[in-house]
Design a protein around this ligand. Structure first.
Ligand code: MOS
Length: 755
């Protein structure tokens, strides 16, 4: 039996190369068919009536006029028995079966955006028109747009039992009171972040079709297998009768892994009408309803000795969960793990408000946690009279404090800090900062880690055809990272097949094997070893067959370009000529992902450096350049690696400077649900100099490809690095994100008054 979980390669010929995406041509030419492009013969199109009020009760829905509108084929509302599907469950302890808190068309509408009815019509325009003709009587209720109000004793209860969806997430080690008592320097500060919205280029939705009792779903999703199980459970169907496909997708960033109402509603409408149904949300609806990175207030207290030894960290954090319970958002993760600190206490709580609910968003919780912790580290370094890089090096964690103090499979944090500083020209840039005149300049940095704790689950099939071409069959979706290309490289590396002869078939629950969703920055680290194992299985079978046929030991044989080569001198044998191949026509290898090592912890690390310019007259902040030193283990493909890092830095600039959902205090409605008023960083805001510096500490322990995960850790420290650069330039700390020109003017004025 071949070793299916060997150590990572010491040298590679294909893996690591900056190979352009195998599907790049389809992606840029418009040939790629996204789920949003799925138009089937006979298709109906759906549109939603959403509650326009921040908090209201539906008293009466009159569909009579809407039913008479041209093209209308069905309207689904809470009046329909089959729409009585429970939705959103209370957060509970693991293993518990938490109670649902609402249903598909719950008459208790808890934010401006909740679904009241959905129309299916012959055209999208007819569906939108019919929505306008639905008459609803609402009873308006008092609403809450922020946590402070939601925590007041007389606040309106968004759910039965009040505005706490669950217990606070509490963690403690050591004794923080003792730690602060022993500290020479104690600093306390409250940091704030704003609610950020998901803006993937492809909006949200699904196209569905019934064939008898079998349902096919084309959905824009990171997690086809989660959608399969979510839809099967909502409609009480066996998994085998639900097929979910996502060939291409236009971004997800965490927001496309949950099962959505739209898929279940589309399936119900399709069943009723006997027609395929396409139900995609508009951009405005995507802003309102498809999740966000929650706003947080983070009260952080830190204590250290005079020499800069960190002694205690205490965090009290409140975030907005929105109108419904949702997954955790561990803002305390960085505090618990990034630095050696004997006394740590973190309390995190999410509170209901009348707004769209949170969803996973590129490193949930971590950029907010870094915003607080890494600005605090900057302050502490200054008080200790130390360089920020030196201060972090002194305190950098060497073991994983939340995981039984296990060592890391690899720890590139010190290298991220030192090599990043060197490549950025940190010392020189720090020294040449400019603090006089109306336009000032400064540099700052921040560090981070990301906590990959997911169980690795993936099965992969590799089929080797008699002509030496290969089909790679795997469940994972490529959410835009270039995953398909990376996996083809792994196959090419092991089987000696040119990339062009490899077909990657993925993200189809009907025809591919199980993989967890493309999330948590774990697709490459979880699936690439399974791909390698499947390729090794094929190689083993082919070489064994060749050895038997050629009567030589398998150990001396190699496989390349569809030929098995023997010891020097002997002529190569075409794989197609092997008796095994003649009999089977195809050789199939199966790879199953091995578990994580049990005695080590897996963490990717990062250190970011930023140089900014601040115009003190206009409040404008320009990021002049950034450098991201990332330890994500092996670089599988230099091009896709850089694309993750550049995208993440761009997102970091948005979080620091421009992005925020605005809920109007008078109406409770979101007033910037469009790309004009909700400002993500564009080419105009991003510096030409975004440098990606991979730090590869040659992790031989993590898995058989040496990879740790990149997409999320590449974002985490970026906003805080920009904030620290702003402080360096101005001497004023921007505790609240984003610091827009108006905020900057206020900050600078206050700073002057205080100073
Ligand atoms: Mo991610 S936010 O786990 O896709």
């Amino acid at each position: 039996m071949a070793d299916m979980n060997p150590k990572p390669w010491s040298e590679t010929t294909v893996v690591g190369k900056g190979i352009p995406r195998i599907d790049g041509r389809e992606l840029v030419s418009g040939a790629a068919r996204y789920s949003l492009d799925m138009d089937l013969p006979d298709m109906l199109y759906a549109a939603t009536l959403r509650c326009p009020h921040a908090h209201a009760r539906v008293v009466k829905v009159d569909l009579a006029k809407a039913c008479e509108m041209p093209g209308v084929r069905a309207i689904l509302s809470d009046a329909d028995k089959e729409a009585n599907v429970p939705w959103f469950r209370k957060m509970g302890p693991p293993g518990a079966n938490p109670q649902p808190v609402s249903r598909l068309f719950d008459p208790h509408c808890r934010y401006a955006g909740d679904e009241v009815a959905v129309v299916a019509a012959e055209t999208q325009e007819q569906a939108w028109d019919a929505v306008q003709a639905i008459e609803v009587q609402y009873e308006k209720l008092p609403f809450l747009t922020n946590v402070e109000d939601a925590l007041k004793p007389d606040a309106t209860a968004i759910h039965e039992g009040g505005n706490h969806p669950g217990q606070p997430n509490a963690y403690s080690r050591g004794d923080v009171a003792k730690g602060f008592a022993e500290s020479d320097i104690v600093v306390e500060e409250t940091y704030r972040t704003s609610c950020e919205l998901h803006t993937p280029v492809e909006t949200y939705g699904a196209a569905v079709r019934w064939d008898g009792d079998h349902l096919t779903v084309w959905e824009s999703t990171q997690s086809p297998f989660s959608i399969q199980s979510g839809v099967a459970s909502a409609l009480k169907m066996p998994l085998s009768k639900v097929r979910v496909i996502c060939r291409y997708m236009g971004g997800g960033f965490g927001s496309k892994q949950d099962t959505n109402k739209f898929t279940v509603i589309a399936a119900l409408l399709a069943r009723r009408t006997g027609r395929p149904v396409k139900y995609f949300l508009s951009r405005e609806e995507s802003f309102l309803c498809m999740g966000n990175r929650p706003a947080y207030s983070l009260k952080l207290k830190a204590g250290m000795k005079k020499d800069g030894t960190l002694l205690a960290l205490e965090l009290n954090a409140f975030g907005e969960v929105g109108a419904y319970p949702a997954g955790s958002n561990p803002v305390g993760g960085m505090l618990r793990e990034l630095y050696t600190c004997p006394n740590v206490k973190t309390t995190e709580e999410l509170i209901y408000i009348n707004g769209g609910q949170i969803r996973a968003f590129r490193a949930p919780g971590y950029p907010q946690g870094a915003w607080a912790l890494e600005q605090m580290m900057d302050t502490l370094a200054e008080k200790a009279g130390m360089d920020p890089v030196e201060f972090r090096l002194k305190n950098a964690a060497t073991v994983c404090a939340t995981d039984a103090n296990k060592p890391f499979t690899s720890n590139g944090l010190p290298q991220c800090l030192t090599e990043g500083a060197k490549a950025f020209g940190w010392k020189e840039a720090r020294a040449r900062a400019k603090s006089d005149g109306p336009v000032v300049r400064g540099v700052g940095m921040a560090a981070a880690l990301w906590s990959n704790v997911a169980r690795p689950r993936s099965t992969v099939i590799v089929k080797y055809y008699l002509d030496g071409s290969v089909n790679l069959n795997m469940g994972a979706a490529d959410l835009g990272t270039g995953m398909r290309t990376i996996m083809a490289q792994v196959v090419a590396e092991e089987l000696g097949v040119p990339i062009a002869r490899i077909e990657v078939e993925n993200a189809d629950t009907g025809t591919t094997q199980y993989s967890d969703g493309a999330n948590g920055s774990k697709t490459t680290m979880i699936d690439s070893p399974a791909v390698r194992a499947a390729a090794l299985d094929v190689k083993h079978k082919l070489l064994e067959a060749a050895a038997e046929q050629l009567k030589v030991p398998a150990a001396g044989l190699t496989l390349k370009n569809g030929e098995v080569a023997g010891p020097a001198g002997s002529p190569p044998t075409k794989v197609g000529q092997l008796a095994l191949m003649q009999m089977q026509q195809v050789v199939v290898g199966v790879g199953v992902r091995a578990p994580h090592p049990s005695d080590k912890s897996i963490r990717p690390f990062a250190a970011h450096f930023a140089e900014v310019e601040v115009n003190k007259r206009t409040g404008e902040v320009r990021v002049l350049r950034m450098l991201a030193a990332q330890d994500s283990g092996r670089v599988m493909n230099r091009l896709t690696y850089e694309s993750q890092v550049i995208g993440a830095l761009t997102m970091g600039i948005g979080m620091a400077l421009t992005e925020q959902r605005i809920l109007d205090g008078n109406s409770g409605r979101m007033v910037n649900a469009n790309w004009h008023d909700y400002k993500i960083a564009t080419a105009m805001d991003v510096p030409a100099e975004l440098t990606c510096l991979p730090i590869d500490p040659h992790d031989m322990e993590v898995n058989s490809t040496g990879t740790k995960g990149l997409g999320e850790p590449a974002l985490v420290p970026a906003p805080a690095a920009i904030a620290n650069a702003f402080y360096h330039a101005t001497g004023v700390r921007p505790t609240a994100a984003p610091f827009t020109p108006a905020t900057v003017i206020n900050l600078l004025n206050q700073g002057k008054r205080q100073g």
